[in-house]
Design a protein around this ligand. Sequence first.
Ligand SMILES: Nc1ncnc2c1ncn2[C@@H]1O[C@H](COP(=O)(O)OP(=O)(O)OP(=O)(O)O)[C@@H](O)[C@H]1O
Length: 312
Amino acid sequence: MPSIDIAGVTKRYGTDTALEGLDLTVERGEIYGFLGPNGAGKSTTINLVLDFIRPTSGEVRVFDLDAQANALAIRKRTGILPEGVEPYDRLTGRQHVAFAIESKGADDDPDDLIERVGLSADAADKKAGGYSKGMTQRLMLATALVGEPDLLILDEPSTGLDPNGARRMREIIREENDRGATVFFSSHVLGQVEAVCDRIGILRDGHLIAEDTIDGLRDAMPDQTRLRVTLDRVPDDSTAALEAVESIDGVSSVTPEGRTLVVACTDRAKTTVLHTIEEYDVTVEDFTTDESSLEDLFVAYTSDATPAEVAQ
Ligand SMILES: Nc1ncnc2c1ncn2[C@@H]1O[C@H](COP(=O)(O)OP(=O)(O)OP(=O)(O)O)[C@@H](O)[C@H]1O
């Protein structure tokens, strides 16, 4: 039985279509990463799952229950970390967690949850109105974990977290999953997604344009590669050089790292990339090709060309 089953869902806001005919299934026990550029429809999808908004057409089922008819029962079994949520200024962190425990009728110890997310006992005694973004995010994660939810929905969970916080988040996602929870999370931090997800869905303009494991996404774009080109020096007009490489057909991104250019491109574009760089009066000292990262794949999948065109 899937934890989330979205079938043929369209969501319109007036004449704007946020989602169109979306089919998406998250199996029980999996960690599903939900990616997409700004405005692709990720938050809309999450809001439909939680019945905060309703579809224009189509059906959303969670735990095999209709999301509209069973919203409260579903939310009781779900831990939610919404995007950009503000805590109540006047409650302390501990009071927030205690309130969440009471609301869910759970019996967690607030201090255990506070410690687990890496919030200090001192911070937990302070009013949440003064919390930094990272502390707020940790607090909200603690409330999402209340009652050992069957499903965790995390919207941009890394927002505001420093590297330690991001690592803790990954560990908690894995621990929750080991306990049996299904995790559905949206993120722009692709390293985070790459590190923990079993499966990834990429949404673009309200359509799911790719859904697979990272290896599967790679296999679907066998021609996609990551080229590292080391030059004898940084070109004098490095901006023009970067723009020239970026505009080559088959190149989806270029990142300078000192004298090295990291270029996500198709195999066929490699030679043109090397020739183009050399036109800027520099010598290519070395180049290597590597497996594409999730970031490369994401850019390739969400760039203007369709995935099929990119893969060709
Ligand atoms: N309440 C609303 N009223 C009108 N249009 C909306 C509303 N909410 C979302 N939209 C539109 O629906 C589309 C999808 O938005 P959504 O917030 O779901 O995208 P997202 O993938 O979560 O983006 P981001 O990564 O920026 O958070 C966008 O075009 C957005 O402008």
